[in-house]
Design a protein around this ligand. Sequence first.
Ligand code: SER
Length: 611
Amino acid sequence: MTANEIRDSFVKFFESKGHLIVPSAPMVIKDDPTLMFTNAGMNQFKDIILGNRPATSKRCTDSQKCLRVSGKHNDLEEVGHDTYHHTMFEMLGNWSFGDYFKKEAIEWAWEYLVDVLKIDKSNLYATVFEGSPEEGLERDNEAASYWEKFLPADHIINGNKHDNFWEMGATGPCGPCSEIHIDLRPEEEKAKVPGRELVNKDNPLVIEIWNLVFMQYNRKADQTLEPLPAKVIDTGMGFERLCAVMQGKRSNYDTDVFQPIIKVIGDLSDCRYGEDAKKDVAMRVVADHLRTIAFSIADGQLPGNAKAGYVIRRILRRAVRYAYTFLGQKEAFMYKLLPVLVQEMGKSYPELEAQKVLISKVMKEEEDSFLRTLETGIRLLDRVMAETRASGKTVIDGVEAFTLFDTYGFPLDLTELICRENGMTVDEETFHAEMQKQKERARNAAAVETGDWVVVKEGETEFKGWDYTEHECHILRYRKVTQKKQTFYQIVLDYTPFYAEMGGQVGDRGVLCSEHETIEIVDTKRENNLPVHIAKTLPEHPEADFMACVDTDLRAASEANHTCTHLLDQALRTVLGEHVEQKGSLVTPEYLRFDFSHFQKVTDEQLREVE
Ligand code: SER
């Protein structure tokens, strides 16, 4: 089966079991403060799982683009060095929202792998959660009993909390899980060491392919578990790994998902995959990162200086550096790989085809600019080496190596490589100490502490802002949030005329007044689709009757700027072309900002025309 056939067969199988096939959500997440990128198929269903939104269908299936390069699930440093981790990968999944649970999830997984795909069952292993006394959780005997119908006892393995209790992040939906592992080693090796001893031991040929999560809890900020409103099945199968299994390959990179790309990398850099270990790593890095960068740009996340944009920029730079060092690519070349990617994946993901001109221009521009930085860094390193040599030493200062890393994107191995070529070494200890200091700085800057919600009154929020700028209301719940040493309170109301930040327009400001007090609302934000009012102080009488009043002068000014944003968008398309797409927008009472995609600097003349 080809990769495209495998993807199709999965969703069709679950469609035959009453599941609705849904499209992949974008890989870039814009409205969930706990995640930058989609890191699992379940992200797009988080609101349904938490009971904040009803499910359109109680059974769904899809293939979801995922990225694991930040936060709880981060595989970046492994990528390229092994044969089965990726930054971007596709996750095949099936879901039940309060419908079927463990029994069907396990039976159908088995039916699909063994009856439909005809995978040899003697190579399969299943893990079950062994329980955790400190959390008060027992072994998942129920899951084990269903596996016993299909697998001999020595193919069912107990697993600990780390491997068999799945959590999306520090807080949120979670539950015990059963992983399916496959042993792909040759028979003589299997005879020597049984597969069960290698499950979850980082053996590249005994790997997890599918994770069946039985979500039944929500992890709260104080780390306790509360039961979810309805039990949920969330399964995720590694698509690229499944392709390797089905195509009889030892490595994901040997499948038709990656081989066409690797072939072009080889053609462009005059080398062949499989001949030189270092070049192979570099080719895998480039092939993997190409997909991540192209899909991120297609989803609207361009490389940039901060947050998600910076993550993408770092991935692109990692690829450029490997290509520069090991494949001899001194000029931009990744963008030349885009046509083969579009040819292979454009049919399943039309956004790639639609955005290919933009992706190509943005990639080339980023590559060019980083290569210039690399050259500057190399000149700096030359100077440092010369000075070190002049002072009679052969070890360059770790602080200098860290500056090269931090400012010029030179990872330690590149600096060491260049130093080695010049008969020198790097003081690694100082380098790592500097790195540690920087990590702590970053952690302190980013740390957000959210308290648990304090419920004042049960109920739902209704937005009244289309017709009113003042409205009677009650506080439903509030919580305390601390970020960068500042504390504020989030307040949810039953009725609100406050417009929450959306479409670039900033959230309303105003006041909440009761007979006892007046609370200033400094902003209104949207969190998981809910308008949340931000206050610096907490109401002393939260249960009182309140009047919510929007500052109408500020609102009117924002509205006017919002209208202008749409006029500007149209003017840009008229003057620069229809490819112009909004990439970000900020509308405040004072001014508007509009980010858009265009492959060149806008000329002064065009700017005048737009104005
Ligand atoms: N959420 C689980 C995972 O990512 C199963 O889909 O592994």
